[in-house]
Design a protein. Structure first.
Lengths: 548, 258
């Protein structure tokens, strides 16, 4: 009894002591030690999107009930992952608003509104995927390629710096990554003939500290992988938050497609570092290693996935691995200390390559003109957050299976700020004239059916590359995935169902029909001893918890 | 006459500002306008512009006429040209007589404020009063500096018209927004929370407390909830001279951070 009281007192003291504490870089390093919070985009630097919270279990998940809904005031896909710090949630909404929300009631403390320049141009909607935090400051990239710092108590901007020129198609949609005292972002714009880059800014002042182009310039190693001047407008955008290994002091960045997207004849060579992972020193931006998944890509297979850092036992050797479910339809395992290729296995139907050789280079099998290529232009997966559970040792991702496009290359001239696509891609639906899968779900009606492809959550054993289980959905899915220490997996999809699955077997344990497409990554947190799971469906941010 | 001084001062003050982002803050005033111009402009605005631009001039995305945020225009001449020529695929061209045109420009330049009683002094001196004698900075935060207990004033120059700013300095109680009234909440468990509301609904209230923490309260846990009518801020009429108040207003008008 006495011990129980003492323990309670200790818990209260601990809780109080964290309430007003700033989010130090040390806290970011140890994010897993405070599972009541969710303080980075993926819940921690390793990119696991995995929580240590245990209140919601396979046994009681059926008792989840709706606690609150926060409706968005603007339309369009809502891709943001909220962060939660000591009971307060910070979430972005279109175009570049930030809301501070009481994570228990869904009620709003303040709203920050950023006015986006009319010069901003983005390929795929006014998307923003979230904020980063350090100290008492939030950081957000904007559609017109600014980086803004916002006081997390007042919602007022502290500084605002220009990162790129929106007139040339530069934009920021990713949640920034804070490492030590720096804020790191990359630029979108791969459909506008940009020359992509990654840059670091002083978290206090916004001063730019380093900038690394994702396409090497003349005289730099890799520039020879571009014919003529094609490197100048070669794309290589960056629009998803990297993972970070503090022990190796390396950040892992997924890089987007080459430009023009579909006409590789205009850019002969491997087109480094498009469709690659770059391992960068966050202090200096120095490139430690790179690995290119899809050289000389004609299919828009951006490698803008979250690289998942996992310490695995690879063929008897403890290995610091990075796991990568790529848009090109292959699941990769690399050594994250040096980029060495370990394995690649297809997780969906693939016919653009017959396989991957022992150096990690694909063996291309281009399809005849007018014939479908699997996977299609949106890929076997895309930017949707995967999850990794150290408990099950499984890698979970959202996939589009049996989905193809017919690619048509055309010559295209680079005009600053204009689309630079080099042709196009048409979704393939099996029957001429049948509707194909669209980018995003604009209506509640699905007329393309599974003949055009289907969505799935796939659990992959990284040691073998084999699927442990597949949870099939009728329509495709743009949802991220979340696992917990009770072996639950939360996921959604375009149909608007929010699921809790058994992470070991893939069995469906619970679902809620939320109606709107789920195009963000679910996350979880705890306030006053109650665990919540939050997800965005359509235009609503929704929080569930166990019945009181 | 005093109003001329006001316009001149605003032009000078705003001219010091570098645009915070790609929005254009207007700077040039080749002419000055009488209160008659402004009043006439207000009538013309209601007849010609109100339907699209709205009562507060902010109905069109990226434009806020009252606060001087335009898409293209910088000078008065630009404004007049936009009105008379229209914009491609957007605003139609308006045929107005010169007096009407001058009036609408004047009304926009005056921040939709037809009050002629405002005097705007020197912003640099106002800043000194704000940080020194007036002790404003001991409660208010500007551009990331200062406490968060009182409302952050970083954008007050676009959030409030000059006349309202002056009234807020002279007699805060008369201009205090209801949401900013100090609250004192006693919880059923005996805790007392003092602060300033940020948001409220039937069942909950969100506020910033005296220790600058964001606090969300469920009303069923509340024993008593008192909202003070008076402002926590002292009235400066009599405490500061008229010149000093005019200077502070000038300084506040420079605070236009988004």
């Amino acid at each position: 009894m006495t011990r129980h009281v003492a323990l309670s007192a200790l818990l209260i003291v601990t809780a109080l002591s964290t309430i007003d504490a700033q989010v130090t870089s040390d806290r970011l390093l140890k994010a897993a030690d405070e599972p009541q919070n969710w303080i980075t985009y993926s819940g921690g630097y390793a990119g696991h999107r995995h929580s240590q919270l245990t209140q919601i279990t396979p046994a009681n998940v059926k008792n989840l009930e709706l606690k609150w809904i926060l409706p968005n005031q603007v339309f369009g896909a809502w891709q943001s992952t909220p962060i939660v710090v000591d009971g307060i949630m910070y979430v972005t909404q279109r175009p570049n608003d930030v809301l501070a929300v009481d994570a228990k009631t869904g009620r709003v403390f303040w709203q920050y509104r950023y006015t986006v320049s009319p010069d901003a141009r983005v390929c795929c909607g006014a998307n923003n995927r979230g904020v980063a935090i350090l100290g008492d400051t939030l950081y957000m990239g904007t559609l017109d390629a600014h980086l803004v710092a916002i006081d997390r108590t007042t919602g007022r901007s502290l500084w605002d710096v220009t990162v790129g020129d929106p007139k040339l198609g530069y934009s920021i949609t990713m949640a920034p990554l804070v490492v030590k005292d720096k804020v790191l972002v990359g630029s979108g714009g791969g459909e506008y003939g940009i020359r992509g880059f990654i840059a670091a800014f002083d978290a206090k002042t916004g001063k730019e500290l380093w900038r690394v182009y994702t396409i090497p310039g003349p005289g730099e190693k890799g520039n020879e992988s571009w014919s003529g001047d094609s490197w100048k407008s070669g794309g290589a955008s960056v629009w998803v938050t990297p993972s970070y290994d503090p022990a190796l002091n390396l950040t892992y960045w997924g890089v987007g497609n080459p430009g023009p997207d579909f006409n590789p004849a205009q850019r002969m060579g491997d087109n480094l570092y498009t469709d690659s992972v770059l391992a960068l020193d966050p202090d200096t931006g120095a490139l430690k290693w790179y690995f290119q998944f899809s050289p000389h890509d004609p299919y828009d297979y951006d490698s803008v996935q979250i690289g998942v850092l996992a310490d695995i036992n690879w063929k008897g050797t403890p290995t610091k691995a990075i796991l990568w479910g790529n848009r090109n339809g292959f699941f990769y395992v690399l050594d994250r200390t040096n980029g060495k290729f370990l394995s690649a296995t297809p997780f969906v139907k693939v016919n653009w390559a017959s396989g991957i050789d022992d150096k990690g280079r694909p063996i291309p099998t281009p399809q005849p003109e007018g014939q479908p290529t699997w996977p299609g232009v949106q890929g076997g997966t895309n930017w949707y957050s995967p999850s990794y559970s150290p408990r099950t040792g499984l890698f979970y991702l959202s996939a589009w299976d049996g989905y193809a496009s017919i690619f048509k290359p055309e010559s295209s001239q680079y005009v600053p700020g204009r689309n630079f696509l080099g042709g196009g891609a048409t979704p393939y639906a099996g029957v001429t004239g049948a509707p194909g899968v669209r980018v995003g779900r604009a209506t509640p009606i699905n007329t393309w059916t599974d003949a055009a492809g289907n969505g799935a959550v796939i659990a992959i054993d990284p040691l073998t590359g084999q699927k442990k289980w597949t949870f099939k959905q009728f329509d495709v899915t743009d949802s991220g995935n979340l696992t917990t220490a009770t072996d639950l997996l939360f996921t959604g999809g375009r149909e608007g169902y929010f699921y809790a699955l058994d992470a070991r077997t893939g069995a469906e344990l619970w679902k809620a029909s939320l109606g709107g497409q789920i195009a963000n990554g679910p996350m979880t947190y705890s306030v006053d001893g109650k665990q919540y799971v939050a997800v965005i469906s359509g235009n609503s941010l929704i929080a569930f918890a166990l019945r009181d | 006459m005093r109003f001329r001084a006001f316009l001149f001062a605003v032009a000078g003050v705003i001219g010091l500002l570098a645009p915070a982002n790609s929005q254009i803050l207007t700077v040039d005033h080749p002419g000055q306008y009488t209160q008659d111009d402004i009043a006439r402009g207000g009538l013309s605005y209601n007849a010609q512009c109100f339907q699209c631009h709205g009562r507060d001039g902010d109905q069109i995305s990226g434009i806020d006429l009252r606060r001087g945020l335009f898409r293209r225009s910088q000078s008065d001449e630009d404004l007049a040209q936009t009105i008379t020529r229209g914009t491609p695929g957007g605003m139609p061209a308006f045929k107005l007589d010169p007096a009407e045109l001058t009036g609408i420009v004047a009304f926009i330049r005056a921040g939709f404020d037809t009050s002629a009683s405002v005097r705007v002094g020197d912003a640099a001196r106002g800043r000194a009063v704000f940080q020194g004698k007036g002790e404003c900075a001991s409660c208010h935060r500007v551009a990331g500096q200062g406490p968060r207990v009182a409302p952050d004033l970083s954008d007050i120059g676009i959030a409030r018209a000059p006349a309202v700013l002056e009234r807020s300095v002279r007699d805060p109680a008369s201009a205090l927004l209801p949401i900013n009234r100090p609250v004192r909440i006693v919880m059923r468990d005996g805790r007392t929370i003092r602060g300033r509301r940020l948001n409220e609904d039937t069942h909950t209230v969100q506020l910033i407390d005296e220790k600058e923490r964001l606090v969300s309260i469920v009303k069923k846990d509340v024993r008593s909830f008192d909202v003070a009518k008076e402002s926590a801020m002292p009235a400066y009429a009599g405490k500061l001279s008229n010149d000093e108040i005019a200077d502070v207003v000038a300084y506040l008008l420079t605070l236009r951070r988004q």
